[in-house]
Design a protein around this ligand. Sequence first.
Ligand SMILES: [Zn+2]
Length: 288
Amino acid sequence: MSNQISGKELARTLDKLLALGSKTSTSHHHPIPLKNSSYNNNNYSSVIKNFTPSSRINGIYTPLQTRPASPYTLHAPIDFDGLSWPSIGAREIKEESSDEAKLREQRIANSIKDILKELGEDVDREGLLETPERYARAMLFFTKGYQDDIRDVIKRAVFEEDHDEMVVVKDIDIYSLCEHHLVPFFGKCHIAYIPNKKVLGLSKLARLAEMYSRRFQVQERLTKQIAMAVSEILKPLGVAVVIECTHMCMVSRGVQKTGSSTTTSCMLGCFRGQQKTRDEFLTLLNRR
Ligand SMILES: [Zn+2]
């Protein structure tokens, strides 16, 4: 299998994780065992199990350590190979040859054909002839964020800078898929952080939002993942992420509340601890 890693690489990763773990207080590690781990190697999972997510910013603990978190947020934000909370098949997809990729696309297309038949369609009529293949390619695009390597995403855009004022990037367009209905949700993402001697190239914040939205998501997790990634990459004094989205599963079916939108937020560090900082951010968003 292509998603196995060499012994040498594993040893290096373990060293790195142990070093990270030793910096955090062991009394705060999460009591809930990890589920859905994609690794069978016992050593590796036991190290991951003792890893504390870097949710302590500026001495303030975030709720990630005070209430049960999802298996996603219990993992460190960035894996040994640069992937960030990948799906279990992400490594295999990332490393497959173009022939293997073609076969995968064809398998997805065949399944879609079955679904169309079950829906009573004539899959041989002209309008639907290429639809299964088109849909397969579209789905692979909508979920490509699992395979993104965070090191490629941020490239060399972390800069040392003696700037300690709030950095805000507003109105980042996001398009994602609701994992409960596999239909789109889309809207705007606003990201703010207060640097601690490190800043990130501004376009990279949008790239991070893109990386996590091109997946099967729930809006709450998407919000948290963007915040945790910024926090991990920059170790800033605080991070705030607000996302406002329209969910197709809400507006086009069921209760049919057209025009309704959902807002989620994740505040870490000084955004969480200081009302003044939070207010400044919300003012910059024109929310007060
Ligand atoms: Zn939904």
